[in-house]
Design a protein around this ligand. Structure first.
Ligand code: ZN
Length: 430
């Protein structure tokens, strides 16, 4: 292997030094060049010179999605327009899109980060990468493409959908890596099986963009496509786009590029750090971003840090898969619970579908009760319902440390929604 995109540092100490330098550069840069940040810093009474150690990060004000929307169309801009070479925007489900701008150096950094993903996944320059994610104003397609070219593998840009062409490319070009959403990869897998192509294709790996995915989905993907590894790639438009981390072949967690950004995990209520290994909101501060740097940006995404060194030996720290959104958190018997935690348990339980509802009630005894309504899998056996319910109740107790009652419903009973379904129904009166 020739060129490497892995970091040069070897110790925690060296990483901290890189982070402090990046942080100090970033605060000076935004204070000098961004009206938005200067105003925020002044309101918080903090000056760039106050940032003397990594601990001083906690003195800095937060940035939120609302700030991005209020600053539309060029929020957080910290360089003159002549230095901006590209913009991207999130698809934005509510209100205005989040628009982020990039300098030439930002694009270079992003390419290097993404190339590191391919290296982390064990690719070589002989690999052929079929890129079946969306191209357009959002960051997906162009990010995968840029990283692939920087890394030196062969990019096959096809975009999503178009199953006939996907199958043809898999066979004719002997693609070794597929980049797709989980649902797209599964769909393609089913098609490969239907057409009897499995023995005629050369796929070894799938890199999938983060959306809900369970261990069962991964197992099915491996079986249908005959791949050895399925990797998870996080992607946040505000933070360049996809390519800011990846799990390695040991799949013990998602390594993240701590030399490009600092990840804090905070309790979304108190905004204080959660103990290592506990669920918190991902809050991001970039270390090198020029055009639209992030200072303590509240992503609302929840995950945990994995406080151990990975079996691969990499110095790059790890976080878990995303466990949902902090806006969805509820408190039940003094425990903070995220629907994502319930979702995680259900999606790893065989025999249940993907639709569920969480109902919270306060009964006469003054105590709170939780009922989880979940559909049986399509074609599942109703005689197994009570066993299944018991199994899920035990997992909830084990993993979330609370008791809940599980009701299994017929497949198709719960309402479907094109948009995000409502999961939590709080009937308690406060
Ligand atoms: Zn690893």
């Amino acid at each position: 292997m020739g060129r490497t995109f892995m970091p040069k540092f070897r110790t925690e100490r060296e990483l901290k030094k890189i982070q402090l330098e990046g942080l100090q550069w970033t605060v000076q840069h935004v204070y000098k060049n961004s009206e938005f940040y200067r105003k925020r810093f002044d309101e918080a009474g903090v000056k760039p010179s106050h940032i003397k150690s990594l601990k001083d990060l906690s003195k800095l004000p937060f940035t939120t999605a609302k700030d991005l929307q209020e600053g539309y169309p060029f929020p957080l801009r910290s360089v003159p327009f002549e230095k901006i070479v590209r913009i991207h925007a999130s698809s934005g489900t509510t209100g205005k899109r989040k628009v982020l701008c990039y300098t030439q150096k930002d694009i270079q950094d992003w390419a290097n980060m993404f190339a590191r993903c391919y290296e982390m996944a064990g690719l070589t320059t002989s690999d052929r990468v079929q890129i079946a994610v969306g191209y357009g104003v959002w960051t997906a397609g162009v990010g995968f493409q840029l990283g692939c070219e920087r890394f030196g593998a062969m990019a096959i840009p096809i975009g999503p959908g178009n199953i006939d062409m996907q199958c043809q490319f898999l066979e004719d070009f002997q693609s070794t890596v597929l980049c797709a959403t989980a649902s797209m990869a599964l769909l393609l897998g089913e098609e490969v099986q239907k057409r009897g192509l499995r023995e005629r294709i050369a796929l070894k790996k799938v890199i999938m963009g983060s959306e809900r995915s369970s261990d069962a989905m991964r197992a099915r993907m491996k079986e249908l496509l005959g791949v050895e590894h399925v990797f998870d790639i996080p992607g946040l438009t505000e933070l360049y786009g996809p390519g800011t981390g990846l799990d390695c072949i040991y799949h013990e967690g998602i390594h993240y590029w701590a030399d490009y950004y600092i990840l804090e995990l905070l309790n979304p209520e108190t905004l204080q750090p959660v103990p290592p290994g506990e669920v918190g909101e991902m809050v991001i501060t970039t270390l090198r971003k020029e055009a639209a740097p992030l200072i303590r940006y509240r992503t609302r995404d929840l995950t945990k840090l994995i406080p151990k060194r990975c079996s691969c030996g990499s110095i790059l720290p790890m976080h878990d898969r995303l466990l949902g959104r902090s806006d969805d958190m509820f408190i039940f018997r003094a425990v903070n619970i995220y629907p994502g935690q319930i979702d995680h348990i259900l999606s790893n339980t065989e025999g249940v579908g993907s639709e569920y509802q969480i109902h919270l009630e306060r009964k006469e005894d003054g105590k709170d009760y939780m009922t989880i309504k979940v559909e049986r899998a399509e074609g599942g056996d109703p005689s197994q319902d009570s066993l299944l319910a018991q199994k899920i109740e035990e997992e909830i107790k084990k993993q979330i440390l609370v008791s809940g009652k599980v009701e299994i419903l017929d497949y198709g009973t719960l309402p479907r929604s094109e948009r995000k379904s409502k999961r939590v129904f709080d009937h308690r009166e406060f």
